[in-house]
Write a protein that binds this ligand. Structure first.
Ligand SMILES: [Zn+2]
Length: 96
């Protein structure tokens, strides 16, 4: 899960564990944030597929706050480019 190859603190090889074997730095939270960022990108794409661009933008914003991932940045650019109503009925319909 963790993709850091070396510990940022002591440069020891990390392997697949979130704990550095040399200095003991714990990267559990960093790994969790990365997973959460990836999950938020998936949620953004799912919302986008349902034409819920506001929700998609919210999810991608949360994802980018956790990690500046390439996929999240690409989805954000696409959302900004297509953030317009498809049916021309975008204003004033708040009664649900
Ligand atoms: Zn270390």
């Amino acid at each position: 899960m963790l993709t850091m190859e070396r510990c940022p603190a002591c440069r020891s090889r990390l392997g697949n564990t979130p704990l550095c074997p040399r200095c003991g730095c714990d990267f559990t939270l960093a790994a969790r944030a990365k997973t959460q960022a990836q999950n938020l990108v998936c949620r953004a794409i799912q919302a986008w597929c349902k034409d819920d661009h506001d929700m998609a933008a919210a999810h991608i914003g949360e994802s980018l706050a956790l990690k500046q991932g390439h996929l999240a940045k690409a989805v954000a650019v696409m959302l900004l480019g297509q953030h317009r109503p498809l049916d021309g009925n975008a204003t004033g319909d708040s009664s649900a």
